[in-house]
Design a protein around this ligand. Structure first.
Ligand code: HEM
Length: 708
């Protein structure tokens, strides 16, 4: 019969109620009274309907306490605790009407209660939501907080919406957290939880939820037992701790176990528009939005490609731990196809697996060790001084100068000296040469790459842009070939990467050609942009400029590679700038094995992307994430969250090959620049970000310089 009635209709609920009452050994008269009284009961249109249904049913069952005393106890426990029903009014009613009319009066009172609860429940909802917001802002409770009772949130057993919302909030942060619920009345709780099922499923985007009722010793318990009396919800951070401070036996633990869920049915899937935007100028903005919505992961699936963006440091750490000896990078298809068609080796940037590992090991010897870096220090220091001298000269002659132009010359010359060991003619400035053209071509290539990257191979090689791409790459390789030939003709050069590679004979000529070209390309724009951002932040914070200079004088003016690394504040300025403005704003890995991210399973061979921009500004990892505050890096910490806040060069064995060179270039330029000038922004315009494969300033950074 019930099934013929529309679900959730008043009549349907009534029938169900009667069914319950029947089974609870009540007198015939009592059942009749209930039936009658039900007509007057407000089912809580303004509340979540199912939620008032849960309360009502629980309350109705309690109606079997027919004597005055018990009703009072029930009323006190149940209603006064949660709904603030006026006790005296209820007592008056009881006294006036006596026990004969008790049942009818009980339902009248219940109606009042439900009406009163409308506004109270919404208040409660608000307050619990606020508590969660506060917890969100201050970080979720950790073990210590839990033991101090922080993180306990009182919850009305009626608050289905609240409960769902709370679970949702908790799950956003800790998907594998256990949710502990201690409740007022097991009956109503069970009803709510059963009804909640659907809501939870909808909210957290999983298909099936298995709910287990266990006590604090993990023993199964009957959900309909009526022993428990407390109304608390809390989160056990690592699901290892028991609620020792909650009275023994006074709570139930409800473990919400998501059943295994297919990754490809995740509700956090972006549409094709999102996917294209992720390669557009507002990509950083889109990712920040997705992070705010989903906190943990977001999936872009379009044009035959799937990328899962991970936002949580724990997941990123898992990726890093699982990547092994040979991390698999995203496929730079446009470069790979060009090289394969011409029988060139793929080089360290494009290759994967053992081929990559072999080359990377050899290149590491020349670009990563302290010994190698110390050898390049004098050359880069000299180029930094030359660049600042040029600026001083321009300032003295009151010439119009462009910091970006000088920075470009600096970046090309500095990497040129590291790779080739001789002056490549960009600083001191002379006329434009092939390396200027090389940098310009590389820049164009960077900008156009995304168009080709999105196309399938067969379409890509027939696209008009492909011909241009080939021409540009022919030029880039030719320039490197000429530079290598030039190196061979020279009698003497400073220590450099090329001499090391040629002498060791570990790489073939073609491998050297491709890797040197890639390194040159990878270094120029990344370094220019990073220095620009540093200058921008320092111009807004003149006290930091002063601190850099003071630190330099305190360390003693004899600068070497080792004393440079003693300049802690300068280092912190670079770190803080790259946290706020990571030039390469995301990196990718192809995961080799299935990975669990909360309730989702990411299958092996999926591209996983990690956004340094989003992680750097994650409010859960640091306080005041949008402000420039280098001091936060002055105390060393082994904290995982802090580590992943600052990964502008990537992480693991596949981390940027030129990290040490880039850091040295940036630090030396800033040091010389701050020693020479005080500088301020030319206008007060806000400078935002724009993505051109790299994260660059949305407007040119213009400075006013005054000599120190
Ligand atoms: C501030 C400047 C720089 C930034 C922000 C930067 C950033 C990055 C990032 C984020 C990656 C990907 C790392 C990963 O996937 O985990 C990368 C890779 C790479 N970078 Fe840099 N980079 C910079 C300067 C340089 C310089 C100066 C060189 C040249 C010596 C260079 C050469 C490379 C190469 C060859 C790779 C590929 C490494 C591999 O796949 O094994 N980069 N860089």
């Amino acid at each position: 019969m019930n099934y013929l009635l529309k679900k959730n209709s008043k009549k349907y609920r009534l029938r169900r109620l009667c069914g319950i009452v029947k089974s609870s050994n009540l007198s015939k008269l009592f059942r009749k009274k209930i039936k009658y009284a039900c007509r007057y009961i407000d089912f809580g249109k303004h509340l979540n309907k199912q939620c008032s249904w849960g309360n009502f049913r629980a309350s109705a069952l309690l109606g079997k306490y027919q004597d005055k005393e018990n009703l009072y106890v029930m009323r006190k426990n149940r209603f006064n605790m949660n709904y603030n029903v006026k006790q005296e009014q209820a007592m008056d009613n009881l006294n006036k009407h006596g026990s004969g009319k008790l049942v009818t009066k009980f339902f009248k009172m219940l109606r009042q209660v439900l009406q009163a609860s409308k506004c109270l429940a919404s208040k409660l909802l608000k307050s619990i939501y606020m508590q969660f917001q506060e917890l969100n802002a201050n970080g979720f409770p950790n073990k210590t907080d839990l033991s101090k009772n922080k993180g306990l949130i009182s919850l009305s057993s009626c608050g289905q919406q609240i409960f769902t919302r709370s679970i949702l909030l908790v799950r956003e942060k800790y998907t594998d957290a256990k949710i502990w619920v201690c409740h007022t009345i097991a009956y109503s709780f069970h009803a709510i939880v059963t009804n909640l099922h659907n809501n939870i499923r909808r909210c957290i985007g999983i298909r099936k939820v298995k709910i287990e009722y266990t006590d604090h010793r993990k023993r199964s318990i009957c959900p309909t037992s009526r022993k428990r009396q407390l109304s608390v919800i809390a989160v056990d951070y690592h699901a290892t701790r028991r609620w020792s401070h909650v009275r023994r036996g006074s709570h139930h633990a409800v473990n919400v176990h998501p059943r295994e869920h297919s990754f490809f049915h995740s509700k956090f899937t972006g549409c094709i528009k999102d996917f294209i935007q992720v390669f557009g100028p507002k990509a950083h903005h889109i990712l920040t939005q997705k992070f705010e919505q989903n906190r943990r992961m977001f999936l872009f699936k379009a044009l035959g490609q799937t990328i899962a963006f991970l936002f949580d440091t724990r997941d990123v750490h898992l990726v890093m731990k699982a990547e092994g000896r040979c991390p698999h990078h995203i496929d730079f298809k446009h470069l790979r196809v060009y090289r394969e068609e011409r029988d060139y080796p793929l080089g360290v940037l494009v290759s994967n697996g053992e081929v990559w590992r072999k080359q990377r090991k050899i290149l590491n010897k020349h670009l990563v060790g302290t010994l190698a870096m110390a050898r390049y220090f004098p050359a880069i220091d000299e180029v930094a001084r030359l660049a600042v001298d040029e600026l001083k000269h321009d300032a003295m002659m009151k010439k119009d100068f462009n910091v970006e132009e000088i920075l470009s010359d600096y970046a090309i010359e500095a990497i040129g000296r590291v790779l080739y060991g001789y002056e490549i003619g960009c600083l001191p400035r002379t006329s434009k040469n092939d390396f200027h053209k090389f940098a310009e071509t590389a820049r164009i290539n960077f900008g156009k790459a995304k168009k080709l990257l999105l196309l399938p191979r067969i379409v890509m090689v027939h696209h008009p842009e492909w011909r241009e791409h080939v021409k540009r790459w022919n030029f880039l390789l030719k320039t490197t070939q000429n530079a290598i030939a030039d190196f061979r003709h020279r009698q003497e050069t400073a220590p450099c990467v090329l001499s090391g590679l040629l002498h060791s004979g570990e790489l073939t000529e073609d491998e050297i050609l491709i890797n040197i070209t890639d390194m040159m390309i990878a270094s120029i724009d990344t370094t220019i942009t990073s220095i620009q951002w540093c200058l921008h932040e320092l111009s807004l914070n003149p006290e930091c400029q002063q601190l850099i200079v003071e630190e330099y004088w305190n360390e003693g003016s004899n600068l070497t590679y080792h004393t440079l690394h003693g300049l802690k504040f300068l280092k912190a300025v670079v770190k803080e700038t790259l946290r706020l403005h990571p030039t390469g704003f995301f990196t990718c890995r192809l995961i080799k094995e299935d990975m669990e991210v909360g309730s989702n399973r990411i299958p092996a061979k999926t591209n996983v992307a990690i956004s340094m921009f989003v992680m750097g500004r994650n409010p859960f990892l640091t306080t005041d994430p949008d402000s420039f505050h280098p001091q936060r890096w002055l105390k060393d910490s082994a904290d995982l969250d802090q580590f992943y806040q600052n990964v502008p060069f990537g992480f693991g064995p596949r981390m940027c090959l030129g990290r040490k060179v880039a850091e040295m270039e940036i630090m030396l330029f800033l040091l010389q620049f701050c020693r020479a000038f005080r500088f301020y922004p030319k206008n007060s315009d806000h400078i935002g970000h724009k993505v051109q494969l790299l994260l660059v300033p949305s407007k040119p950074i213009e400075l006013i310089l005054s000599e120190r």
